[in-house]
Design a protein around this ligand. Structure first.
Ligand code: DC
Length: 220
């Protein structure tokens, strides 16, 4: 057992409900939630602010040295000391985050930060490589999946709440592209870890998903 509790790793493709589920599981257990995708997105936002257009831009190593990504006391991701949560869902941020996450220098830096932040346990982390790379010794490993159409519809609703208008078809296409990139990249591709429990959320509500995971925690 770690100092503050166990590590719960939640991996899965984009828009499978990982973050919402992880946040609520953490709340119910009195744990903290680290959204690792938000760290890749915060880095993408920083790079966009410096005019980076793609993941082969020559400025990236220097920006990676300079960027200051941190978390506040509730483990919310901060960029240069500021809460940038509202800016992280923009489609251009998501696309660049996915592209940057194929780089090994980017992954090395962010993975080390994630291990440091969560080392005493009492954390629910969600991402793509949590159970395979960041915490292969996590006490509970969950792999969340859902049908592409359902994921696009969920993302559409989420964006609509933030008054971001996008076509459903465009979102579905982006999800397919991102899945492809996330699963086919050489560095830490998205895959189900050994010992991970797969949950298909296509027909489940967030409450159902949360309940299943909390039940699994009780059985540890
Ligand atoms: O979960 P998300 O959509 O916010 O993540 C943004 C991008 O970051 C995603 O396309 C893949 C990448 N990512 C990753 O490679 N590893 C993680 N642990 C989390 C996210």
């Amino acid at each position: 057992m770690r100092l503050n509790g166990i590590i719960i790793a939640i991996d899965g493709p984009t828009a499978a409900g990982k973050s919402t589920t992880a946040r609520e599981v953490a709340r119910q257990l009195g744990y903290r939630h680290l959204n690792t995708g938000a760290m890749y997105r915060a880095l993408a936002l920083y790079c966009l602010q410096w005019g980076v257009k793609d993941s082969s831009d020559k400025q990236i190593p220097e920006l990676l040295e300079r960027v200051y990504i941190d978390v506040d006391e509730s483990a919310e991701v901060m960029l240069e000391g500021e809460n940038v949560a509202k800016l992280l869902s923009a489609p251009e941020v998501a696309q660049l985050a996915s592209a940057l996450s194929t780089r090994s220098d980017v992954r090395t830096k962010l993975v080390a930060m994630q291990q440091e932040i969560c080392r005493d346990g009492g954390f629910v982390l969600d991402g793509r490589d949590i159970a395979t790379v960041v915490f292969p010794d996590a006490e509970l490993k969950i792999f969340l999946v859902a049908d592409e159409k359902i994921r696009a519809e969920r993302r559409l609703k989420e964006l609509a709440q933030q008054e971001i208008e996008v076509e459903l078809q465009t979102l579905e296409q982006e999800i397919i592209e991102r899945d492809k990139r996330d699963t086919e990249r050489t560095n830490s591709p998205l895959k189900k870890a050994d010992g991970a429990i797969e949950i298909d959320t296509s027909g489940l509500t967030i409450d159902d998903q949360v309940e299943r995971i909390v039940e699994l925690v009780k059985r540890i």
